[in-house]
Design a protein around this ligand. Structure first.
Ligand code: FES
Length: 183
């Protein structure tokens, strides 16, 4: 069972469903999580955070740059398909000494197009989505670059414990779910 969800409603009323305040030091207590957010230090970032029991999803030493690894999180549901990827550049929420290891749910936030095989190393994006061509920037918390989608890709929160990479939560709403707590 997932642990409780951490929500702080937006004050402006104009933010999306990801509209929750988070700062790198306040996301998850404990070890390494979202400790480096390029260009956003000291600023608020719109985000919706759900915490789940941590799950081992890989080892840092076994990841190769630009070679995504598929896994499911936070459960085995069809829409929990996700990708762990070591980028060639640092990324928001990235772990590892270079802050370049990130993970995202791989369902398009527009209408659920499966984008697991669409990673483009040259631009470090996921997409274009096979349904309506949306593309998402993996260096910027899955932000929409182009296409019909209006919501960023849900980012899997990661922890690094020695060489082991753990998923510990979700940043954003998974397509097809109302609250990330049910399949
Ligand atoms: S489902 Fe991906 S752009 Fe429409």
């Amino acid at each position: 069972m997932p642990s409780k969800q951490d929500k702080t409603p937006s004050k402006s009323g104009c933010m999306s469903r990801r509209a929750f305040l988070f700062r790198s030091s306040a996301v998850v207590g404990g070890t390494v999580v979202l400790t480096h957010i390029p260009g956003m230090e000291g600023e608020a970032l719109a985000a919706e955070i759900a915490r789940y029991p941590r799950m081992l999803i890989g080892k840092l030493s076994q990841l190769k740059v630009d070679k995504p690894v598929a896994f499911n999180y936070p459960d085995k549901g069809a829409n929990s398909q996700s990708l762990l990827v070591k980028l060639s550049a640092e990324a928001g929420g990235g772990i590892s000494p270079k802050h370049n290891v990130v993970a995202f749910n791989s369902l398009c936030t527009h209408m659920g197009g499966l984008m697991g095989a669409t990673y483009k190393p040259a631009d470090q994006v996921l997409g274009p989505c096979p349904l309506h061509q949306s593309t998402f920037d993996l260096t910027r918390h899955g932000m929409v670059v182009s296409g019909h989608a209006t919501e960023s890709l849900p980012q899997v929160l990661l922890e690094l414990d020695g060489d082991k990479i753990y998923a510990v939560g979700m940043l954003g709403l998974i397509y097809g779910r109302h609250d990330n707590l049910k399949s």
